[in-house]
Design a protein around this ligand. Structure first.
Ligand SMILES: NC(=O)c1ccc[n+]([C@@H]2O[C@H](COP(=O)([O-])OP(=O)(O)OC[C@H]3O[C@@H](n4cnc5c(N)ncnc54)[C@H](OP(=O)(O)O)[C@@H]3O)[C@@H](O)[C@H]2O)c1
Length: 334
């Protein structure tokens, strides 16, 4: 590993251990939610199937081999698109997917059916990492984890992950999995300069101490941290995106600092600074890209390192502008 200004630098060629498993992944994962999702991400309006294919090719060619999806994204369309893209490549890859706790998924059998649905759409068995998407009631964490342990026993999934789990839920999950000789590989949560809760509530430290990989979703604040959305200018397209005009206004001073810091590292962009900040905190970012241009820019977040002083400056500038998704309040994450 190279060192820069006294700190460790993350390189594209590095591979990270996923939890305590034997699975190794690139330092940055590709979030594929926008690949096929029309409602939230305006697929078909802001980007096409050709754009998605090109983004996928850029990532895989560069060595990014870890793709995150979910059965609910595009109501299955997302898994189908990813499955068909992966079918055409000879390069090795790792897939993560998730199961949403719909009210009709109450029994272990129905959870297994849900996992088999993902396998069918992705054309991949076992799925490398399978995650419980949201810990919503009425089923307990223990119920979900024992169903996933069963799926592991049946060879449907290689590793078990959580998503949107609080520290307490993560500990409950690990305790249940321990009964099966397993452990939680990852916890996928909202983590960016605009949402630093995992840092403040002990989740990030606990992940580090307990050997659970923290997968950071929405590391670009769903596009806000790229700096392209401006007061009175461009607005995010799609439903329920982060970024009210008020928020866009409030983050401008932070973006200015990100631009200055980026300049000092040879014209790095705010997007690259935002992703690098997540890496500096010891989390693995899951970054969305709608096309080749965005994917290429995001790759430039690797191979260099913010200094401790720069991380502190960004911490300070972001302290007062923290935003959450409404669902995060429901599961005790905000
Ligand atoms: N577990 C969960 O509950 C959960 C929740 C959210 C996300 N996730 C996962 O995390 C992944 C990433 O999060 P996310 O997609 O919400 O947000 P994100 O990675 O913070 O932002 C992605 C969006 O930002 C814009 N963008 C990306 N790179 C850009 C660039 N270089 N220049 C300009 N714009 C750029 C694009 O949208 P525009 O061009 O439209 O701005 C893109 O779709 C998802 O795909 C999903 O796999 C999981």
């Amino acid at each position: 590993m190279n060192k820069t200004k006294g700190r460790m630098m993350t390189k594209l060629t590095q591979r990270f251990q996923l939890g305590k498993t034997d699975i190794r992944i690139a330092p940055m994962g590709i979030g594929t939610w926008s690949w096929g999702d029309r409602t939230f991400w305006a697929y078909g309006v802001t980007h096409s199937s050709q754009d998605v294919l090109e983004a996928f090719q850029v990532c895989l060619e560069a060595g990014l081999d870890f793709f995150d999806t979910a059965s609910i994204y595009g109501f299955g369309q997302n898994e189908r698109i990813l499955g068909s893209l992966l079918e055409k490549t000879d390069k090795p890859f790792i897939i993560a997917s998730k199961l949403f706790p719909f009210p009709w998924r109450m029994t272990q059998e129905s959870i297994l059916r849900g996992i088999k649905g993902s396998i069918h759409r992705l054309g991949r068995k076992p799925i490398d990492l399978y995650q419980h998407h949201w810990p919503l009631p009425p089923l307990s964490i223990e119920h979900w984890m024992s169903a996933f342990a069963h799926a592991h026993e049946l060879g449907l999934i290689r590793a078990i992950g959580a998503s949107n789990y609080s520290l307490k839920n993560m500990q409950r999950a690990n305790k249940e999995l321990d009964k099966f000789g397993l452990s939680l590989a990852s916890n996928q949560v909202h983590f960016s300069l605009l949402h630093r809760k995992p840092e403040f509530n002990g989740l990030l430290d606990a992940c580090r101490n307990e050997g659970v990989t923290l997968l950071a979703y929405s590391p670009l604040g769903q596009g806000l941290l790229t700096g392209k959305y401006t007061p009175g200018g461009l607005r995010p397209k799609g439903m329920m995106r982060l970024g009210s005009p008020k928020v866009v206004q409030r983050i401008q001073p932070l973006l200015e600092i990100m631009r200055q810091i980026g300049q000092d590292h040879g014209e790095k962009t705010p997007a690259q600074v935002a992703i690098n900040w997540v890496l500096c905190k010891g989390a693995l970012p899951l970054v969305g890209a709608k096309n080749a241009r965005q994917a290429e820019e995001n790759l430039g977040a690797l191979g260099w390192q913010l200094t401790e002083e720069e991380v502190s400056a960004l911490d300070e500038a972001s302290q007062e502008i923290q935003i959450s998704f409404p669902m995060e309040y429901l599961v005790g994450l905000s």
